[in-house]
Design a protein around this ligand. Sequence first.
Ligand code: SF4
Length: 217
Amino acid sequence: MEACSRGGGPLGDDPADLAAEYNIVEIFHSVQGEGYHAGIPHVFIRFGRCNLRCEWCDTDFDTFDVMSALDVLGEVLKFPCRRVIFTGGEPMLNDLWPLQRLLKARGYNLAVETNGTVEIPEGLMDWVCVSPKDQVYPNVTIRQRTGDELKCVYVGQSLSMYDELVDGFSHRFLQPLYDESATVEANGVSFALTEAVVKNNPPWRLSLQTHKWMGVD
Ligand code: SF4
């Protein structure tokens, strides 16, 4: 892949884009473990900060480094992979246009995983996955009401809470809550509950967090 130099770059990058700053928890290459693209390798850019505090959240999004877009780009370019997932934390708390322009200029496919509380500008992403947290934040407004994938953690909530959202998405997934500190039996109960709900509520599909079973990020 092409090198990236400071003060412009080989593709005529805007210096303002290269200088944009982001709070970055980590950047890593792994296989997407859940949802529509499960099994496909991606580069994950995990952003710091979130506007929610879900009880099951497994990300230390308050610990991050401030990185320039140039440095983020340099890290992403190290991996032999042209698919990127913006995740977090809540990635949409950031202005992602500078990174979007830098990565699209290099042919990357861009996806975002968001809690949906921030509306996503048209054309920013190739794939939008909204994972609303209504089951713990019923009073939080979901502003991103369309996209490619609706992915919900199932903790016993009524699916009727998504009635006004589902038509805006091409694919919908229910995901059992997987607690890495719980016993196999306890997680099995959660899986069985979700499986039963999916069987009775097409076109919801089951999504499993396979990366957690594999012990990878
Ligand atoms: S919205 Fe996502 S990142 Fe934010 S606290 Fe909830 S699970 Fe964690």
